[in-house]
Design a protein around this ligand. Structure first.
Ligand code: ADP
Ligand code: ADP
Length: 228
């Protein structure tokens, strides 16, 4: 599903954020990306949906080499990838239902399809009762549920999350993790950058440790722990 070959990324300020990354991630895997701040976790993730392009090397998503995509093809790639952020990135003037429906309206789904898909996904994340509320009326955990609903309403095969529980308390974080588990059990591949040690050590999955722009550990059912 995801393959990186000799991926190297140097930002314009000279910082090398990816320094020879080689990785294979199969369809249906759940992968945690851990490591110290500034290690290159976000860069690694952003290159998967072409928010950042590598300076050299190749990235394949489902066999498509991202460097071969024309600019006009990038929105099509992104539609097949759900992205969840630490800070939710909801549209403040739209209610819960509209925030989720928006992702489908931009791709011109029919109103009937939109209604069905949004209703289903709000039920999946446990927000059916809050469809008419606005983001500022919701708790952090609820806002993250909306953000997850929006990211998966297109039924992407790949869901990428950058610190999705970073702003949430432990109980709320567990609720969010249960949703990611459900999405993974339905077949989606999940890539999640996280600093949440308790979660990584209790809900076991593959762990990639990123340090200095390199993958320095790759373990199935791995633990969070790393040196400084
Ligand atoms: P992490 O997610 O592990 O904290 P990042 O991928 O955000 O790491 O950052 C890796 C390194 O690249 C850091 O030194 C960071 O300051 C630098 N960096 C990240 N984004 C940019 C950017 N847009 N321009 C320049 N340097 C950047
Ligand atoms: P830019 O032209 O600056 O790259 P984009 O339109 O790519 O802007 O992205 C705008 C915002 O949407 C950014 O914050 C980016 O991180 C986010 N974003 C990009 N791709 C996706 C995606 N597939 N799903 C959700 N958010 C995305």
């Amino acid at each position: 599903m995801i393959k990186m070959k000799n991926v190297y990324k140097k930002y314009s300020n000279g910082v090398v954020a990816a320094n020879g990354i080689n990785i294979d991630i199969n369809r249906g895997e759940f992968v945690y990306v851990v490591g110290p701040s500034g290690a290159g976790k976000s860069t690694f993730i952003k290159m998967m949906y072409r928010e950042e392009a590598p300076t050299s090397g190749q990235i394949f998503i489902d066999g498509t080499e991202l460097g071969s995509l024309k600019n006009k093809e990038i929105p099509y790639l992104r539609r097949q990838i759900g992205v969840v952020f630490q800070d939710f990135k909801l549209l403040p003037r739209l209610n819960v239902y509209e925030n989720v429906a928006f992702a489908l309206e931009v791709i011109e789904e029919t109103p009937t399809e939109i209604r069905k898909k949004v209703t289903d996904v709000l039920a999946l994340v446990g927000l059916s009762q809050k469809a008419r509320m606005f983001p500022n009326e919701l708790s952090g955990g609820e806002q993250q549920r909306v953000s997850i609903a929006r990211s998966i309403v297109n039924e992407p095969k790949l869901v990428i999350a950058d610190e999705p529980t970073g702003n949430l308390d432990p109980d709320t974080s567990l609720g969010i993790m249960n949703i990611f588990e459900k999405i993974n059990n339905r077949g989606a591949t999940i890539i999640m950058a996280t600093h949440n040690k308790d979660i990584v050590n209790s809900i076991r999955h593959r762990v990639l440790l990123v340090e200095g722009g390199m993958i320095t550990r790759d373990e199935y059912e791995g633990e969070y722990s790393y040196e400084g």
